[in-house]
Design a protein around this ligand. Sequence first.
Ligand SMILES: [Zn+2]
Length: 338
Amino acid sequence: MKAAVFKEKQCLVVEEIPTPSPGPDEVLIRVTQCAICGSDVHRFQHGLLRPGAVIGHEFCGIVAGLGGAVDQWTVGDRVIGGGGARPAGAQPPPSRAERYSARTFGFQSQVFGGYAEYVVRPAWGILPIPQGVSDDAAALVEPCSIAVHAVRLSRIRLGDRVVVVGAGPIGLMCLQAARAAGAAAVYVSEPVEARAAAARQLDADAVIDPVNADVVAEMLDLTGGLGPDVVFECSAAIGTLQQTMEMVRREGQVVVVSLAWVEEPVLSVAWVGREVELKAAYGADPVDWQVSLALMEKDQVRVEPMLGSDSHVPLDGIQEAFESLIKPGGTAQLIVVP
Ligand SMILES: [Zn+2]
């Protein structure tokens, strides 16, 4: 089969590798789409992978082969590559370890991923795609699950006013998940016009350009001078963490979803006096995937505004696609079609 193999920092080569064969409790999946995650771009950009690795964790596909002990799937079933409930006794993923740090532990994966024609997954680990959920949406369940996880961990209550800082794929999912969770208004901070436009299409109540406006003052204005109840930091741009803490209301909550790879300046004297709360959210649990699929099925999470006519790239174009994503660009989301 064809797969995009990591060779060295910023170098992926599409080549023939052996098609994996499923073990007794495993399923072979023919990948139909695999979305490019920001964390994959980090892995590529900084060389955080072992040579020979095939990554890609945001994929959907069709069951193409079954291990001998598998009876819950049929060849031809449409599935996503994660979100199944872990059986009792199975190890939690390393990212849930007691002292896990994405900085020191990294996020290397030993598992072959979806930038390939086929992958193998444990039969319990995947989920069926409901009828009416498109392949485009199914490929984006994983990033949606990150946003759903963050919203479920947050203190959002019915009628709250929410700010999402950064309208990349995760931010746009947070916007929709916060709305589904009962936010009365969701305001977005985003400087890139294509992403701001996607936020508007997804019914953001206002989109502020933080480069050409005082975003803290604008968000205070929009919330009658109080500040938002909950802010989701989905940007990791320099200075945005400080902005979230300055804009959030007294005793409000900031949820950090983004991963900053460079130090961010923070000046606590500006916000400690309001006793604000800082909370981190990372990864997702099976329930978050399941909630994501349910939201997509009910059209409460939509992906079309995140995609453009140039969003789908063939496997052979993956190197160029990753190079383009290193530079902050216009397209909100790229999806590899192996
Ligand atoms: Zn991802």
